[in-house]
Ligand binder design. Sequence first.
Ligand code: ATP
Ligand code: MG
Length: 352
Amino acid sequence: MSNREVILTGDTPTGQLHLGHFVGSVRRRVELQDSHECFFLLANMHAFTTRASEPDEIRSDTLEIVRDYLAMGIDPDKSAIFLQSETPAIAELTFLFSMLLPFNRVMRNPTLKEEIKVKNLGENYSFGFPLYAVGQTADILAFRAHSVPVGEDQIPHIELTREVARRFNKLYCGIDENVEDDDPIMLEKGVFPIPKADVGKVGKLMGTDGVNKMSKSLGNVILITDTPKQVKKKMGKIFTGRQSPTDPGDGENALMQYVETFIPDPERAAELKDKYVRGDNIGDGHIKVEVAEAISEMLEPMQARREAVGNDATVIDIIKSGTARANAKTEETLAMAKDACGLQFFGRELGF
Ligand code: ATP
Ligand code: MG
C-alpha cells in the first residue's frame, strides 16, 4: 500500500471547466500527481442538487470534465478520476456524518449562503442542496485525505470537514476532547487525518463580468475549449468602469488580475500594470487583446491534447478504472469508520 499523502478534490458537472478551475485547483493537482496519491472526484450526485431536471446535461458534462482534466495535464495512470455516484461508501458516510453536524451549523456555511444568493435559489432549493456540504465532508474523509487543492470559496467546506473529522475521532476513537489537530495521536488513534485546504496561487479568479467569481453557473467563464475568437470577445466584455487611456486604473480590478495571472513574462505584466495604474496612455482594449492572446497561447496545447482523447467509450474506461481505485480506498475507510462506531457486524466485498 502507498505511504504517500492523499489528495482529494473534484468538480461538479454543472458545465465544462474554465480558467478559474485551472488556476484555482487543477494546475496544483498536476503538480502534485507525481508525489501524492491523487483522487479526483466527478461530483455528479452533487450536480443533481441544483440540476435534477437536467440528467442528460449532467451526464455529458461529466464526460466533458474528464476531457478537460486530460487537456490540462491530469494523467489517469497517476491519478484516479472517479464517479461519485459509483462510490457508495461516500453516500453511506454522508448519512453518518450528517448526524455529527448541527443543522444550523451547516446552514451557517457562508459558501452555501452565497450560492443560494448568486444562483437565485431563493427559498425553493431542495433538501439535498445544503446536504451537499455534508456530502463534501464525506467525499474528502472517505479517502482519509491530508490535503484538498481548491479555490478559496471552498475554505468553509474544508473547515466543516475538519470539524467532522475531529468530532468523529473524539467521539468514536477514544481521543481526548483537548487533543490538538496536529497531535500525532490524532493520526495514530483516529480514523481521519484532519485535512488542510491547499489554495492555489489564484484562489479566486474573477469572471468576465469583472464582478463575480468566474463560475460555471454564472455564464462569466472562459472555457478550456474556447477558440481565440471567443476568448477575445469574452475578454472584451470585462467591465472596469475606466473611461480613457489616461485615467489612472484600479490595480486591483479583474483586468489587472488577468494580467498578473496570464501574461507569462512577469516583467511585462508589471510594466502593463504600472502604466495602467498611472494612466500612462494605455487603453483597456489594448490590454484585453494582449491578455486574450496570452490565454489562447496557453490553451492551444491543452486543446490539442483534448482533441486526442478519443470517444466517450475511452473516457468511460478511464473513469471505470479510477472508480475501482476509489472504491478500494473508500471501502477500507468505511470499514474502519464502522468498526470505530460499532456498525461493523461483518465485512463486505463489493463487486468493483
Ligand atoms: P458552480 O457555479 O456550479 O458552483 P464552479 O465554477 O464554482 O461551479 P465548482 O465545481 O464549484 O466550479 O468548483 C470546482 C473547483 O474549482 C473548486 O475547488 C473551486 O474552488 C475551484 N474554482 C471554481 N471557480 C474558481 C475560480 N473562479 N477561481 C478559483 N478557483 C475556482
Ligand atoms: Mg462552485
